[in-house]
Write a protein that binds this ligand. Structure first.
Ligand SMILES: [Zn+2]
Length: 226
């Protein structure tokens, strides 16, 4: 967190409470600005860390490992940069190693570092994919984030359901990558009303009117099919 005059911050939170119609001096709210600022510091603590630092210590032994590495249901807690409202859900990450693998817990940490900032789900998704692509240089990476947005569900259009956003990176001409399209493990939408966002791929964007699938990814230029 950047150093900002603490008293000014406390005054700002008190002002917000007043703007909502309550009295920041009443018993239950007196300590709230301090508590909020402590929580805010934690929610934005990702700015203090670098994604690459999380991924820089590698485990060896991937040279002969050509199977997909998949970690599903990594918790995501982030803040929407448009409304400062929470969005939260799970991340699913899969990659096909080339020479490097990373400890599975590092994927958890990577998601934490990148999500504890002001974000949009699409950018968070691509940042996770790009960080893994840069650090591990795997045959391919696929990342899917399935999140509920307070700003969408509790206000405005009040649309329930999780948004699913995916990103894939594929840097390899290897037939191994073609054999195991990274997105084939990705889950189907869970809830009615789930919305799809376009898949952003190195070679194109898949239309958002249908769920991404291994076939669609291939059609977009990754792991081309005959
Ligand atoms: Zn929002």
């Amino acid at each position: 967190m950047t150093l900002v005059d603490h008293d000014k911050l406390l005054a700002a939170v008190r002002l917000l409470i007043e703007a909502g119609g309550d009295d920041p001096a009443r018993e239950g709210l007196r300590e709230t600005p301090e508590r909020f600022l402590r929580a805010w510091k934690e929610w934005t603590s990702g700015y203090d860390e670098k994604a690459m630092d999380v991924l820089k210590s590698f485990d060896d032994g991937a040279a002969n490992y050509d199977e997909l590495v998949i970690v599903r249901d990594i918790p995501v807690y982030s803040l929407c940069e448009h409304h400062l409202a929470p969005f939260f859900g799970v991340a699913h990450i899969g990659y096909l190693p080339r020479e490097r693998i990373v400890g599975l817990s590092k994927l958890n940490r990577l998601v934490g570092v990148l999500s504890r900032r002001l974000q949009v789900q699409e950018r968070l998704t691509t940042q996770i994919a790009d960080a893994l692509q840069t650090a591990l240089r795997p045959h391919g990476v696929a990342v899917m984030l399935e999140c509920r947005h307070m700003c969408m569900e509790s206000r405005g259009i009040r649309q329930p359901g999780a948004s699913m956003v995916s990103a894939c990176r594929n840097s390899s001409q290897s037939p191994r990558a073609a054999r195991a399209p990274a997105a084939s493990w990705m889950p189907r939408p869970r809830a009615a009303g789930t919305t799809w966002s376009p898949w952003t791929c190195a070679s194109g964007t898949v239309p958002s009117d249908e769920p991404p699938s291994a076939t669609r990814i291939c059609a977009a230029g990754h792991s081309p099919r005959p």
